[in-house]
Design a protein. Structure first.
Length: 166
């Protein structure tokens, strides 16, 4: 376990009394710290597994994004690469976004944060995906160890987040 993950895990119990927005920001800050990324986000996945609701962006993502229309609700079939973690049911790592050739790559709208590297992964409750979590623009390549560290954190953070969402 890396030191940022250890610190983030130790801080989770302290989040319990915070309001939802504070918890979401704390999670995004931890996600960025754990794998040295400049961007993070997470979205809940509907029970039918066909749609997502974006519920959290890192402050850096919000500050850098100049997209006028920032939808919160997405149909899975209309998502690009960031929906692949749900479709493939596993972590998806893209260490050369511009050079990637993949049918699900749709690019991003004008004003969107420039993406160089991206990784996202699903969080499960039983066999259902309940959350998709992503990070972006780490200075070095993402690895499966990064995915494992982030999944460890998010599996621990999910019950807290879920309790505030319901």
């Amino acid at each position: 376990m890396n030191s940022a993950l250890t610190e983030a895990m130790a801080g989770l119990p302290l989040q319990a009394d915070r309001p939802l927005d504070g918890i979401k920001q704390g999670i995004n800050t931890a996600l960025c710290s754990i794998c040295e990324s400049s961007l993070a986000y997470f979205a809940t996945v509907a029970a039918d597994q066909k749609s997502l609701t974006m519920i959290g962006w890192s402050m850096s993502a919000m500050l850098m994004c100049k997209t006028i229309d920032k939808p919160l609700f997405y149909k899975l079939e209309e998502t690009g690469l960031w929906g692949d973690a749900i479709r493939e049911r596993k972590p998806v790592i893209t260490n050369d976004y511009k050079g990637l050739v993949k049918p699900t790559k749709k690019g991003y709208p004008e004003g969107h944060v420039d993406v160089r590297r991206h990784m996202n992964f699903p969080i499960f409750e039983g066999s259902k995906i309940v959350l998709v979590v992503g990070v972006g623009n780490k200075k070095t390549d993402y690895t499966l160890d990064d995915a494992a560290n982030l999944a460890t954190y998010m599996n621990a953070a999910w019950p807290l987040l879920k309790s505030k969402l319901t």
